[in-house]
Design a protein around this ligand. Sequence first.
Ligand code: URA
Length: 265
Amino acid sequence: MNRSLVRRRALAALGIETWQRRGISSRAVQTGIALREATPANAPAPVAATLAPQAVSAPPAQAALIPSARERPQDWDGLAAAVAGCTLCKLCKTRSHTVFGVGARDAPLMVIGEGPGADEDAQGEPFVGRAGKLLDEMLRAIGRSRRESSPDRSVYIANVVKCRPPGNREPQPDEVEACRPYLDLQIRWLRPRLILALGRVAAQRLLSTDAPLSKLRGPLYEYGPDHTPVLVSYHPAYLLRSPSEKAKSWQDLKRVHRLLSSPSP
Ligand code: URA
């Protein structure tokens, strides 16, 4: 199937009929775009971020939460093993599987969700339920897939917590903080050009704010010692409940596409 047909089908799955090519310029460098947008009152300040690869700097302070420097994971296998055996918070008592993350480990785009649900807990992979199917369609619409091997087209998907909160409740702040060193190491090792935080909970926990999603969506933030640019958009589970918001989600996806298409300075 050719790529434009794949994209049209993906857009149709999103309930979006037209591909608005005119709005997209692959050369349009969006660096610093947030500075021209209003900053929500209680949201973290957006920053002028470039999408250039960043030099690896010192490990985030939270890495110290992982029991000892000797036990601190040194590579992806070690990190996956640490997550699989993690007992740092109460979610370990009720999980079936940890949900580490999936995708190419050199992906320029990292998608971060809230936390595993029942399907993810059963399968050990993020976003495999109904919301995950929609996420796959959304990503396919901008030419990306968790399964594709080509790095410039690929995506890495993870959550702010690696274990399912029981009853699909929101992950609590202490659970997110216990898990943050794992996510921070993933971000540090991936060095994505852009993080897309999906939904209020992921965005609030990642950016350490209680601002509502309506205010968080729009500006470009940065995260961590590598100043990784972060955009916030709707969670696919919300889009399943509120399909009328898909058009705004599509605007966000086009922006992701533009940002990742812009040349690194
Ligand atoms: N919702 C999320 O935020 N993450 C998942 O992995 C699945 C559903």
